[in-house]
Design a binder for this molecule. Structure first.
Ligand code: AMP
Length: 380
């Protein structure tokens, strides 16, 4: 049985690694000849808009899924006329546009920060007046890892943004002075079975995820239930099939939904070692209509992204409970090259293991110190 995957980055790589023990084969389509999955699976190098290539790619596939959310919806719809495509292209469509995404959340009764669409200077000024400062200006489409995003704190920031306003659809959001960022991974299978992983605490630098702690330190059951209720509403409304990630701001005891990803997610990498069934395996089980595996956590985990460079593998592996994942990519500044997961039996043991990581990980961008201080305060 061969599963087709649009996108050939590390998420696809880890999907394939999870699928081989289930007896699956994989075929990837990615425009880049450098896509890391080339090391381990069939890879078709073609543009997502190349219908002849899509047609050929789909031949003999059981179904198509994706590991990259900016796949053109049109490509997913073209393929859906030939083979089943999961998650549904409608989910892709909603997640690609911040305005559509936040409107979907609001329509489902899910809290978000206040936001307004912007399509020109006059609207921008009126929106700043209505929402107040600080505010966050974002391109509605194609933004990720902090790209296409500007935080406006002062009138000067507003004046500068007004002059440089990109001529694309934008959204202005009220800035949320959140306590922390959390995310939930949910999964729904073809037959409607659902599962939810524990909420994870995420730390970003420069808009890129650096560190996830799972479960989120000090997580209260009502907060977990609220996240699951939100995710369930999205899953049901989209008749979703596969893994869905939703990112939240925790603010004044409430969850505000910020965005969703209709795919496996960086903040779920800990599930490879830290959950009974990984997000990758459960995504495949879901899209294939197989029974889902338990989403239960098997201990406490920290996941650290390796961005741009990384120390000697043996230095990492010398730390007890550390697991290294390298994606086989050429190093480049800002590029996600791999990740490290530490799994321990208790939060205390995890903190000890984190403190034993080599000096490389104690640089500010890994957010370890603030995360540990915060974790310790949750335990008091
Ligand atoms: P996003 O691309 O929407 O995930 O934003 C990237 C990061 O910018 C988030 O993880 C937050 O740290 C920050 N951010 C985005 N929107 C807001 C907001 N409305 N208020 C405060 N911080 C935000």
């Amino acid at each position: 049985m061969t599963v087709g995957i649009l996108g050939g980055g590390q998420l696809g790589y880890m999907l394939a690694l999870a699928g081989y023990p289930l007896g699956l084969h994989f075929r990837f389509l990615d425009p880049s000849p450098e896509a890391p999955v080339g090391r381990i699976a069939q890879r078709v190098t073609a543009d997502y808009t190349d219908h002849a290539a899509l047609e050929k790619f789909s031949n003999g596939l059981e179904l198509v899924t994706y590991e990259f959310e900016n796949v053109p919806v049109e490509a997913a719809k073209f393929l859906a006329e030939r083979v089943p495509v999961y998650p549904p292209p409608a989910a892709l469509e909603a997640a690609q546009d911040r305005l559509a995404e936040k409107t979907l959340f609001r329509n489902l009764g899910i809290s978000t920060t206040d936001f307004l669409p912007i399509s020109g200077a006059a609207e921008f000024e009126a929106a700043v007046k209505q929402l107040g400062l600080p505010a966050v200006l974002k391109t509605s489409r194609m933004g990720y890892d902090g790209k296409g995003q500007w935080t406006l704190r002062t009138d000067e920031d507003v004046a500068k943004a007004k002059v440089e306003l990109p001529k694309v659809a934008l959204i202005l959001e009220r800035f949320v002075p959140f306590r922390r960022e959390l995310s939930v991974l949910a999964v729904r299978s073809q037959n409607g079975e659902t599962g939810f992983y524990t909420l994870v605490e995420n730390h970003h630098r420069g808009g890129i995820l650096r560190l996830s702690l799972a479960p989120a330190p000090g997580l209260e059951p009502p907060v977990q239930r609220a996240a699951e209720d939100i995710a369930r509403r999205v899953l049901e409304s989209l008749k979703y099939v596969g893994v869905l990630a939703i990112e939240f701001f925790e603010h004044e005891g409430r969850l505000l939904a910020n965005e969703m990803a209709p795919r496996v997610h960086n903040s779920g990498h800990w599930t490879i070692e830290g959950a009974i069934t990984s997000q990758f395996e459960n995504h495949l089980r879901a899209v294939l209509g197989m029974p889902l595996g338990s989403t239960g956590a098997a201990g406490h985990c920290a996941m650290l992204n390796l961005i741009g460079d990384f120390p000697e593998p043996s230095e990492i592996l010398a730390v007890a409970d550390a697991h290294l994942h390298l994606y086989g990519k050429v190093s480049r500044p800002g590029r996600k090259l791999g990740h490290v997961t530490l799994r321990a039996a208790s939060a205390e043991r995890l903190a000890l293991r984190l403190s034993e990581l080599p000096a490389f990980f104690h640089r500010p961008e890994f957010c370890l110190d603030s995360a540990l201080v915060q974790s310790a305060s949750h335990r008091v």
